[in-house]
Design a protein around this ligand. Sequence first.
Ligand SMILES: *Cc1c(COP(=O)(O)O)cnc(C)c1O
Length: 331
Amino acid sequence: MTNGENSMGKLPGIRDVWAARSRISGSVVRTPLVRCPELSEEFDAEIYLKLELYQPIGAFKIRGAANKILSLTIDQQRRGVATYSTGNHGLAVSYIAKQLGIPAYVFISNRVPQAKVKALMSMGAILKISGISQDEAGEYCYKLAAAKGLSVIEPFDDPHVIAGQGTIGLELIEDCPGLDTVVVPLSGGGLIAGVALALKATDANIRTIGVSMQEGAVMYHSIRQGKPVVLDEVDTLADSLLGGIGANNQYSFPMVRQYVDDTVLVSESAIADGMAHLFKWHRLVAEGASATCVAALREKKVISPGSRAALIISGRNVDAEAFIDATQPYL
Ligand SMILES: *Cc1c(COP(=O)(O)O)cnc(C)c1O
C-alpha cells in the first residue's frame, strides 16, 4: 500500500480540491474572512473568522454536497439522490438537488422534530419516514436507494465530499498570507480532512486543530484508540457535531490521522461563551458547533502569541430559543 491509498479506494488529493473548486463555483458562496479585534488582543495574535455560516442553507456542508452531486453522471442525477442526515447535510443535499431540478429523498425516523421536518420540506425534499432511530432510517435509505437506483450522498466519508469541503482551505490560503494555524469544528471529519489536505499541500507547516464537545466526541476517541469507536449521543449545544464516524470508515478517519495536528475537547459553558462572543462583537448568530473554535482558544489555549490563525465558523442553524438560553448568561 503506498502513501495516499488504502485498501478500498484512493484518498482525495489536492488536484481533487482544485477540481471541486471549479465544479462548485456556481453553487456556493466564496465566504468572507474577517479579523476579530477582540480575540486578537486577548491572545496577542492575529485571529480571523472564516464565515461559512453565510452559505445558502447556513452551513459549509453545501460545498461537499455540491461537489458530490455534480460529479454524478446525468443519468444518476436524473434518478435522484438520497441521504439519511437530518441536519445541515440533509439541507445541503436538498438545496443542491432543487437547484439542479432532481429529486432528493431524505430518510428520517419518526422521532425527528417538527422544526427539522419543516426545514427539509421547504427545500423541496421528498421525506421518507421510517423506523424509530436514525440507524433504521439509514438502513431503509440504502435499501430503497438500491431498488430505485438512487445515489446515496454520504455526509463526510466520501472523497468528493472531502474535496468539496477542502475548497475552504484554498480560500484561506489566498485570503490570509502567513497563516499558521486553522481551528476547525470536528465531527465525522470531512471538513477538517479537506481543509487540512488543502493547507498541507500548500504549506506543510500550517497546523490544523480539530475541536469537539466534551461528551460524544467520536473522532477524538477514535484517533486515540486507533480505530472507529461508538459512543452514546448526549445533549450538547454543538448538536451538529454528534454522530458516529462509521465502523467501516474509508476516507475521513485515515485522513484525519494523517493530516490533523491535534484534536481537543471543550466544555458546554465554553461553547455558550463562544456563541455569546460571536454575537456580542460581530452580531453573528452562530450555532454551537461553530463556537467550539472560540471555546478552544479560551479553554485550551490552542493559539500561541504572535500566531496568525483562522477559525472556521461553520454554521448558524440554531433555534432562537436555544440561542437565547445558551448565550444569556454570557452577554
Ligand atoms: C457537519 C458540521 C460540522 C462538522 O463537519 P464534519 O465534516 O462532520 O467533521 C461542523 N459544523 C457544522 C455547522 C456542521 O454542520
